[in-house]
Design a protein around this ligand. Sequence first.
Ligand code: SF4
Ligand code: ZN
Length: 312
Amino acid sequence: MAAPDISPAGAPVCVCCTEPAVVYQWTTDRHLCTTHFIADIEARVHTTIAESRQIRAGDRIAVAFSGGKDSTALLVILSRLLPVWTDVSLVAITVDEGIAGYRQDTIRVAKTLTKKLGVEHRIVSFKDLIGDDLDTILAGRESQACTVCGILRKKALMDAAKEAGATKIATGHNLDDEAQSVLMNTLRGDLPRLVRDAGKESGGCFLPRIKPLSGIYEKEIASYLFVQDLFLVLPECPYTRYALRAEVRSMLSTLEFRYPGTMQHLIESKKKIERYCAGAPVMDALRHCRECGDPCSGEICQVCRLRHSLGK
Ligand code: SF4
Ligand code: ZN
């Protein structure tokens, strides 16, 4: 680490100005003040969006907005960047899974922030989608929580985004999430999922998904919110303990601390595999569910299969 400039009071100062530094950015070995740290994060998100043309003139972006830290940062950044694009609008969509003691707090936070930012906000629930909340659906099969939750959330979000006239869905996946997904899909031996890039156009079957925060570390997102007094400590989902992701997350954080760059290397590996697989038939051909017509890889989609297993 290069020695930082030191203020007369003995504290490091920002490399871009003479203000006291509030953050040490380990990836670039720089100390930054609040203003320049915020500007750095927002500029990097803008670069990610621009490089892969994630947002184009006329887009209506549905932001998957849980009220947690990643989606809060995403909504704040996109609403600030909005003037950069011509005729682009945002709609925030919150999915209420129906998890007692957890989701209500984040919904309250989500309502407050969207009001403050002046962003249209829609809330959809599993109860509306399938007739029950997640807690009821999971009774006796809690270990499947995240699988069931993921299937229904994707459907609820997709339906709500289409209903809102969105052209794309933006999710708050950060760099840590991306690295975790690579490792999880590898551990499960799920090559199709490993190489499927949700950020790409998807042939008009689903709305394309974009991940503007995929180049930002989770710690940076927490700091971005913290320096603006936007960081809130919210309850954790009670089903987290059943999630493979929780174990992978903890393991990767330890590895990243001991071997900096580990997460980036995983993501680069995924990109290389994607290139090797380009054009190869790793994905089953896309079909349409014979019951609901949604795109799926088999005869019937996961949501309809879930409905059957619940006797609906
Ligand atoms: Fe859903 Fe699992 Fe996330 Fe809880 S931890 S919100 S059950 S995906
Ligand atoms: Zn179906």
